[in-house]
Design a protein around this ligand. Structure first.
Ligand SMILES: Nc1ncnc2c1ncn2[C@@H]1O[C@H](COP(=O)(O)OP(=O)(O)O)[C@@H](O)[C@H]1O
Ligand SMILES: [Mg+2]
Length: 502
């Protein structure tokens, strides 16, 4: 196969961060080339360099042997390089057709609208995408919106398509469909850069894999030269991954019940629309669903951040929905929020203080009316060691820590009071593998001690690995429960698109 594009010695720094240190590899015509790396390895940055959004500090990109310099994504598009970003760039109030036209706006084209429409329709039919050109974009599923982004690039005749973690937002079925289309495109001679950190997908779809670690390209391997173990090794290197085992068994007592719960979004739309749920003692209850189907509202209602406008929340049989008992229930609940930077921490305060925010009334940290500095420091030292937190210099604001370490601080704090219930909303999103395993370990050990956990996640592998049961949510309601020991990914996928199992 012939080489299409070569990346040579690319370095890219941001103030205080070396995002890319030394990256070199090539992309061939008609291959699916996976870029594999942990969160923060530099994958998105590299693709932003490749598409001209960022300028590298050093290094070179060559196409068919000729050096190129992109100063904007327009330049790279002109060379046939296009990217589907992690966050789509669509106008929600416009139709599918209008959105595609908009993307073609500044491409010199003399093709009349009607012909354009036919061409797009032919593409939809060819790949069996089932898109209606006249639908308004906001009505479409995330999966359908991703098709639009892909069509935009194909209409511009891109020969290199970059997809940055495209499956993160898809159901298993939608991912499978995407893979079929990508393989079809490959056979038509397109080159595809597929970005992921999900090993199973990487094994399925790649012709070659380039592993990126801490801003460096570690190696490029052909299918057949690698297996899952080798890839994982190359991806995380010598970083320690803690091991854990889940031994506890679920009790029969209902710790928490949600009945027909209604919660509205800030804009008054229903986020929970008659939600039911039962959480048992010592249980890890996984909540599966495509993000945006009410998961956040559920977590917020259960942790007292949002009021219910209908239905009931029962804690060990007592209705606490709107009662004064609610605050004492909430005091006994731990919460790992989705947005760590704004509601999980006090960013300007040091780690030591952030670790006791939940225990500020606790006598252990006071001497009369004053804070007990030594006790606070001792507590921090103990937690930092226990959770392997890389805390930086003492007294520095917590905001300086990496995402994984901030998450560990939150977890160390939330679990220090031995809560009965933990509500964890996407707790490992954006974490490196070591930190993610730490979170898993903490939940598994908590369950052994009788803590009940609501684990809300979009990572099916994580849910299948940890959960005693999996509840699937769709459009603000419970679709049903699945047993992780017996359910197939396909069955859960169907439930995620609203299909009630028979
Ligand atoms: N615009 C930016 N400003 C400062 N730092 C950035 C910026 N974009 C990325 N980074 C940093 O560069 C590193 C690599 O990030 P990224 O390319 O997003 O990784 P990945 O896509 O592999 O998860 C991270 O440490 C990230 O915080
Ligand atoms: Mg990224």
């Amino acid at each position: 196969m012939t080489e299409l594009l070569r990346i040579d010695g690319i370095r890219k720094t941001f103030p205080g961060v070396v995002a890319l240190d030394e990256v070199s590899f090539d992309i061939r015509t008609g291959e699916i080339h996976t870029l594999l790396g942990e969160n923060g390895a530099g994958k998105s940055t590299l693709m932003n360099v490749l598409t001209g959004l960022y300028h590298p500090d050093r290094g070179q990109i060559t196409i068919s042997g000729c050096p190129v310099r992109f100063t904007s994504p327009r330049d790279s598009l002109a060379q046939g390089i296009g990217m589907v970003h992690q966050h789509f760039m669509l106008v929600p109030g416009h139709s599918v057709f209008e959105n595609i036209l908009l993307a073609l706006d500044h491409v010199p084209n003399l093709i009349p609208r009607q012909q354009m429409r036919q061409k797009i329709q032919a593409m939809i039919d060819q790949f069996d995408l089932g898109l209606d050109l006249d639908s308004q974009v906001w009505r479409l599923s995330i999966g359908a919106q991703q098709w639009i982004e892909l069509i935009k690039l194909l209409m511009r005749d891109c020969r290199l398509l970059i997809l940055d973690e495209p499956t993160a937002v898809l159901t298993p079925q939608e991912s499978d469909r995407l893979f079929e289309v990508l393989k079809q495109l490959k056979h038509q001679g397109k080159s595809i850069v597929f970005i992921s950190h999900k090993m199973r997908e990487v094994m399925e779809i790649s012709d070659r894999v380039t592993i990126l670690k801490k801003g460096r390209s570690v190696d490029t391997l052909e299918r057949g030269q690698y297996d899952q173990t080798l890839l994982a090794q190359l991806m995380i290197g010598n970083d320690k991954v803690p091991d854990w085992e889940k031994t506890g068994s679920t009790g029969n007592d209902l710790v928490l019940e949600v009945r027909d719960l209604i919660v509205k979004t800030d804009r008054g739309r229903p986020a929970l629309n008659g939600m039911d749920l039962e959480l048992r003692e010592g249980e890890i209850l996984g909540i599966a669903g495509v993000a945006g189907n009410g998961q956040k509202a559920l977590a917020e209602a259960l942790t007292g951040l949002k009021e219910a406008t209908g239905g009931q929340i029962l804690a060990r049989g007592n209705d606490i929905t709107n009662s004064t008992a609610k605050s004492s229930y909430i005091a006994g609940i731990a919460h790992i929020p989705e947005d760590r930077k704004t509601i999980g921490i006090a960013p300007d305060m040091p780690v030591d203080e952030n670790l006791i925010m939940k225990s500020f009334k606790n006598r252990a940290f006071r001497k009369g009316i004053f804070q007990n500095r030594k006790a606070i420091r001792d507590n921090a030292q103990q937690k930092i060691a226990q959770f392997a937190i890389k805390a930086g210099p003492q007294g520095a604001p917590i905001a300086n820590l990496s995402g994984g370490n901030i998450q560990k601080v939150i977890i160390a704090r939330e679990l220090s009071e031995h809560p009965q219930v933990l509500v964890a909303l996407y707790p490992t999103r954006g974490l490196d593998i070591g930190s993610a395993e730490y979170v898993h370990k903490v939940m598994a050990e908590g369950a052994t001690k009788g803590m009940s956990t609501l684990l809300i996640s979009e990572d099916l592998d994580e849910l299948l690995k940890l959960s005693d049961r999996i509840a699937v949510m769709f459009r603000g309601r419970l679709v049903g429960y699945a047993d992780p020991a017996t359910v197939s990914r396909e069955e859960i996928g169907l439930m995620m698109s609203g299909e009630v199992p028979s």
